[in-house]
Design a binder for this molecule. Structure first.
Ligand code: URA
Length: 304
């Protein structure tokens, strides 16, 4: 049996970020290395628009992924080379199944079911859901987190990312940091005024956008979740969420700048604002000014 090739921890992190399946990566031994120092994100300045990090001219680099340090560049180049060699392998052995963490919900779990019609019951249903193929590769479903008592804001993204799938909470990492900073600039305290969730509750492999069938299946959970949360407003991040919440099969630009109404199962109409996804803003910082306009529109709802 040939010895398993070694991967640096930086290479591993990049390959995971690029969306490589953990089953594939588990075949490699990980070499421990000293990680490069992380830059602390800069605080934004005082003018209103500049409250979103990167809106002010010249500040964009502070919120972009730290891809310009030499060690990161080396890591990326090495990871890309390895990725090419991995994907080029035509006759690779069948992949071993991933180890199942002890606390991962399974269909055999026998714990008492929570009260039907409650958020706990819905969370239970989401974490055990097998309605589409996404459950086969999830680490854990990501129900969402935040204020569950009629939050002022319900923020809805596309689907959990790699880190979210590992920890079971949405918007971990740099896009989550940016999102929280944007909300703070709009006067929303992420830990008190907001509930965060996604249209699709399980991570699509390789972080691809969810397909229509996955959106439709998980949309049933989302519909119940909105009805149970009764938020003041909904902020839809990116095209997938914007289309799902407005019911329009349109591009994001044509959905921005308007107040849509989401009709809840109770018949209550909840205002919806569509804006850019924070992950997109990290790589396209010049759209932050537009995102700020959207957030102001959402913030000012109901003021007049
Ligand atoms: N993490 C989430 O929870 N949602 C997204 O849309 C992206 C990353």
């Amino acid at each position: 049996m040939p010895e398993a090739p070694e991967l640096g921890s930086l290479q591993l992190a990049w390959l995971e970020e690029l969306g490589l399946d953990r089953r594939l990566l588990s075949r490699y031994t990980v070499r421990t290395e000293t990680a490069p120092a992380q830059e602390t994100p800069k605080q934004a300045g005082s003018p209103e628009a500049a409250h979103i990090p990167g809106v002010a001219a010249g500040d964009a680099a502070s919120s972009a992924p730290a891809a310009d340090s030499a060690s990161t560049r080396d890591g990326v180049a090495a990871a890309r080379g390895l990725l090419r060699s991995l994907l080029g392998k035509k006759d690779a052995a069948p992949l071993p199944l991933p180890a199942v963490p002890e606390d991962r919900p399974s269909a055999k779990t026998t714990e008492a079911a929570p009260e039907p019609g409650t958020l706990d019951a819905l969370r239970h249903a989401v974490l055990h859901c097998q309605a589409c193929a996404l459950h086969q590769d999830r680490g854990t479903g990501v129900f969402g987190e935040g204020n569950t008592q009629s939050p002022a804001w319900l923020v809805i993204g596309e689907a959990p990312g790699t880190m979210d799938d590992r920890v079971g909470a949405p918007f971990q990492g740099r896009s989550g940091e940016l999102l929280r900073a944007m909300l703070k600039a709009a006067g929303a305290d992420a830990s008190a005024d907001v509930f965060f969730t996604n249209v699709v509750k399980c991570r699509p492999i390789a972080n691809r956008p969810p397909v229509a069938e996955e959106v439709a299946q998980c949309g049933l959970h989302l519909r119940s979740q909105v009805a149970l949360l009764q938020p003041g407003r909904i902020l839809a991040l990116g095209r997938v969420a914007a289309a799902a919440l407005t019911g329009q099969d349109a591009d994001l630009e044509s959905l921005r700048g308007k107040v849509w109404q989401y009709e809840c199962v109770s018949g209550r109409r909840i205002p919806v604002i569509a804006t850019y996804h924070p992950g997109w803003l990290l790589t396209h910082p010049y759209h932050k000014a537009g995102a700020w306009q959207d957030l102001r529109l959402a913030r000012d709802l109901g003021k007049d």
